[in-house]
Design a binder for this molecule. Structure first.
Ligand code: CU
Length: 498
């Protein structure tokens, strides 16, 4: 009898053990640690990655301080990835695994965010949301499949208003596996600098006055002294070389906080992609291209000039600085001083909304699962002075966009303030469907839409990438002062949230 009880007991224990381990293995994402209150840890989502039979491209990026010469007169104490501004250019082929070891040799924590890349949430580089920031002396490896060709960039998301301004950014190009390649393929990263560090966003009265009448850039114009292209300013900007009657693919990335309208010599400038989404060939000749903070635009530029010329911008900073990028026929074509800046055609710049070839939705979705109205504005806060808000709140008090996997999400973004707000969504692409109540003839697939004062856009996206994702203004000064929210998936949680 006694033995029998022990026998049954043993069998019971065995059954219990095997049932528990069965549960352990059958629980999606493998384990008790990864599921809390029925929610899955975002780290467990990453374990579902499959890197088999893929080519891996490895880089090491060291975050380090560097005395950086913008030109012969202007040296800045920059923060860099691998000692240069911009940081080392990263280049992979569609389908490759990109593996980047970040080593932090700065005195402050840093991260890397892969701007525009649709990737697993824990690789997104947002401190205290998708990872812990990488502390001084520590390392962290980012690894993901780069399966969507196009022009991207990377930058720190730790204290980004400051760290991106200091130079912690670089380009990430994902080349088409079988697509068109261009022998002449160049990247231009635009930025602007606050040389003496004296300008403050909190000295607002002038900006408010400027904002009344202006172009939505009164604050950036006050804040910054110099434009740079690939880390160089003025006469030190490296010329773009395109032989006469030849073509180049020019990838432009705006790493600064100011909307730029670039002017080209009259001739042929074709927009072929925006935000890594191939655009429809409009067949339209243009010489003007707008690019907002965080955006990328890929152009085919034909050089029909025998003499050097400049790509310029329509803006000037408060101190009169403007941007001039020389274009020459050959590296030894000197006498750039004689180049005439191009002039504006004053035609309305419709390039930000050029339609995309591949869409998520063939028609405007008739029913949506989530409908979020996002009102952008600025306000005053006793401690901080001017602040930037979503639905009258500053992050983290801003209402999140609550979704579940598979949802179709509609967001109506309305700018009720006086400044431009380039709104960027992490981990997804969205489809811009209408502007100011009017449907776009050709919807545009983007990860960023610059919402100017008074404008309203409706965008749609599919909630198909679980995680906790930022949706924020890419004028990082605005983001830091509150203009951020989160796309929060039900059913998953981040262990990194503070
Ligand atoms: Cu903004």
């Amino acid at each position: 009898m006694y033995k029998k009880i022990i026998g049954f007991g043993l069998i019971f224990i065995l059954l219990l053990v095997s049932y528990t381990s069965y549960q352990w293995f059958m629980t999606p994402n493998n384990g008790s640690l990864s599921v809390t209150n029925g929610e899955t840890n975002i780290e467990a989502l990453y374990e579902q990655q499959n890197f088999e039979n893929k080519n891996k491209k490895e880089y090491t990026l060291i975050a380090q301080e560097e005395q950086w010469q913008l030109d012969e007169n202007n040296k800045v104490n920059a923060w860099t990835y691998n000692g240069t501004v911009p940081g080392e250019p990263l280049r992979v082929t569609e389908g490759d695994v990109l593996s980047v070891k970040l080593k932090n040799e700065l005195s402050e924590p840093v991260t890397i965010h892969w701007h525009g890349v649709v990737l697993p949430n824990v690789m997104d580089g947002v401190p205290d949301l998708t990872q812990k920031a990488v502390q001084p002396g520590e390392s962290y490896t980012y690894e993901f499949v780069a399966d969507d060709p196009g022009t991207y960039w990377y930058h720190s998301h730790q204290d980004s208003a400051y760290q991106v301004d200091k130079g912690l950014y670089g380009s990430l190009i994902v080349e088409e596996r079988d697509g068109p390649t261009h022998d002449n393929d160049q990247t231009l990263i635009l930025d602007e600098w606050n040389i003496d560090g004296q300008n403050q966003l909190t000295s607002m009265p002038n900006m408010m006055m400027g904002g009344m009448s202006g172009d939505g850039e009164a604050d950036t114009k006050q804040l910054y002294d110099l434009y740079s292209v690939n880390g160089k300013t003025g006469g030190s900007i490296e010329p773009v070389v395109i032989e006469q009657d030849g073509q180049a693919r020019i990838r432009i990335i705006n790493a600064g906080y100011q909307v730029q309208t670039l002017l080209f010599h009259e001739g042929k400038v074709n927009v072929i992609a925006r935000d890594a989404s191939t655009t429809i060939d409009t067949g339209q000749d243009r010489n003007q291209v707008e690019i907002a903070p965080g955006e990328r635009v890929d152009l085919i530029v034909t050089n029909n000039q025998s003499k050097p010329w400049f790509i310029t911008n329509t803006n000037t900073l408060s101190n009169g600085s403007n941007l001039e990028i020389p274009v020459v026929n050959s590296p030894d074509q000197a006498n750039i001083g004689s180049a005439k800046p191009s002039t504006t055609t004053n035609s309305e710049d419709n390039t930000p909304l050029i339609g995309s070839k591949n869409l998520i939705f063939q028609q405007t979705p008739e029913t949506v699962d989530v409908n979020y109205n996002m009102s952008l504005d600025h306000g005053m806060n006793m401690g901080q002075g001017m602040v930037f808000q979503i639905n009258n709140q500053q992050y983290p008090e801003t209402p999140p966009i609550e979704v579940k996997e598979g949802d179709i999400v509609k967001v109506t973004i309305e700018n009720n303030g006086r400044f431009n707000h380039p709104m960027h969504l992490h981990g997804h692409r969205f489809q811009v469907q209408s502007k100011n109540g009017q449907a776009l003839n050709q919807p545009a697939l983007r990860d960023l839409i610059n919402v100017k004062p008074g404008d309203t856009y409706t965008i749609y996206f599919k909630a198909d990438n679980q995680g906790e994702w930022l949706f924020h203004c890419h004028d990082n000064n605005h983001a830091e002062l509150g203009m951020m929210t989160i796309v929060d998936y039900k059913g998953v949680y981040s262990p990194f949230v503070q």
